[in-house]
Design a protein around this ligand. Structure first.
Ligand code: ADP
Ligand code: MG
Length: 378
């Protein structure tokens, strides 16, 4: 089984076990069925070299704790010298990215992993947008030796919400995009803009659109090389796109820095736009309140700083209210998920995606290699 146990670490301690917890249903199902479960995962970016700081050993321990049964750790990524699991036992092998061939989707490496089992279950949605040996290569290697390669429960759930549910959405269909950069999300903006009824844009992403409108953004984060692209997008999408009308500007992005609310046409040279303003929060809330389907990716401001988190919190509450009222609400992106937690609304949403890049790729309508390679993946 391939899981995404790529959790944030604090030294040798698991700092946040959300991804471990998200992988439990599939592991439990296999264990309950009496399977002998061998789990593969990557952690961080060791670039094909053994990096003791990126060992999965502490993750095995935490996985055992949340699973409520011992998880044996196999210190070799290829399972050499590791005794086979017995029925109902779970073994986690060392970081797949300690192997150079992993990110190159090396055929030999994929085959040695496939040789360890009879069935391949891919539950690693977070890496589904990449073709690696432990996700894609292993699936075809498993099939060529007569075994099957299928999705795990988490993978299936992600595909149901981000793929199926958004293919024929109940309308109005509203997308909310924010975060630091347009560049990583261009494909998503263009794919969504032709399918949604309204596209609400906040965060630093909005700054680049402001510049495309000829507005001054002072010292704010702007992608100069994307202004032209933003201008073209504005022409194509027209009224579908709703930008903030007011913003919070501050002396810097640091906590404690002095801030004020201004109309978007009144940003001064020394100002940093750090959040959307109250008028925008209300306008966005009205649109979100009428939606039947909502996709949210990217915070509305520098939400890590409490003084600059009101816009993001506002959106979090608006989407949670919409969901309470029967709308389907899907949140993607690590920071947006964190913002939903901070606002205390996580369990009022239909689905919070466990994969940042993979969820963006799906929203952009791209095919995911890690999904295409599974026999039930299409
Ligand atoms: P996600 O992880 O949800 O996809 P991103 O990683 O794209 O979101 O963006 C999150 C980051 O964007 C946060 O660190 C936040 O501080 C930053 N950000 C949002 N608005 C601004 C802004 N106006 N200026 C600078 N940074 C911003
Ligand atoms: Mg992020």
């Amino acid at each position: 089984m391939r899981s995404d146990l790529n959790v944030p670490m604090d030294g040798a301690r698991v700092a946040d076990d959300q991804r471990i917890v998200a992988s439990l249903p599939t592991i439990r199902m296999l264990v309950d069925a009496g399977a002998r479960v061998l789990v593969l995962s990557h952690l961080g970016r060791p670039k094909g070299e053994v990096d003791p700081g990126l060992s999965l050993a502490p993750v095995a321990e935490r996985l055992g704790a949340v699973l409520g049964r011992e998880v044996r750790f196999g210190p070799d990524p290829l399972g050499r010298g590791v005794a086979e699991p017995i029925s109902g036992e779970v073994v986690l092998l060392e970081n797949t990215r300690f192997e150079l061939g992993e990110t190159r989707n090396d055929t030999e490496l994929a085959r040695s992993w496939a040789d360890l089992g009879d069935l391949f279950v891919n539950d690693a949605f977070g890496t589904a947008h990449r073709a690696h040996a432990s996700t894609v290569g292993i699936a075809s290697a498993m099939r060529s030796k007569g075994g099957d390669a299928v999705s795990g429960l988490l993978m299936a759930r992600e595909l149901r919400y981000l793929g199926d549910a958004l293919r024929e959405p109940d309308r109005p269909f509203v997308a909310i995009l924010g975060g630091a950069k347009i560049s990583g999300k261009i494909d998503v903006i263009s794919a969504l803009s032709s399918r949604v009824d309204r596209l609400l844009v906040g965060g630093a992403m909005a700054n680049t659109f402001f510049r495309a409108l000829g507005l001054d953004t002072g010292a704010s984060l702007v992608e100069e090389d994307r202004i032209e692209m933003a201008r073209e997008l504005l022409e194509v999408v027209g009224d579908t796109l709703l930008l903030p009308t007011d913003c919070i500007v501050a002396e810097s992005l640091e906590a404690g820095s002095r801030s004020r609310v201004v109309h978007r046409s009144q940003v001064e040279d020394a100002d940093h736009i750090v959040d959307v303003g109250p008028e925008t929060v209300t306008a966005f809330d009205e649109v979100i309140g009428r939606a039947r389907t909502v996709v949210w990716n990217g915070p509305m401001g520098v939400f890590e700083v409490p003084d600059f988190s009101r816009g993001t919190e506002g959106v979090a509450h608006s989407v949670a209210d919409a969901c309470d009222g029967g709308a389907l609400v899907v949140v993607g992106g690590g920071d947006s998920a964190a913002a939903a937690h901070l606002a205390g609304v996580s369990d009022r949403l239909s689905h919070i995606s466990s994969g940042g890049g993979a969820s963006l790729a799906l929203l952009a309508g791209q095919e995911l290699p890690g999904v295409e390679s599974l026999s039930d993946g299409a």
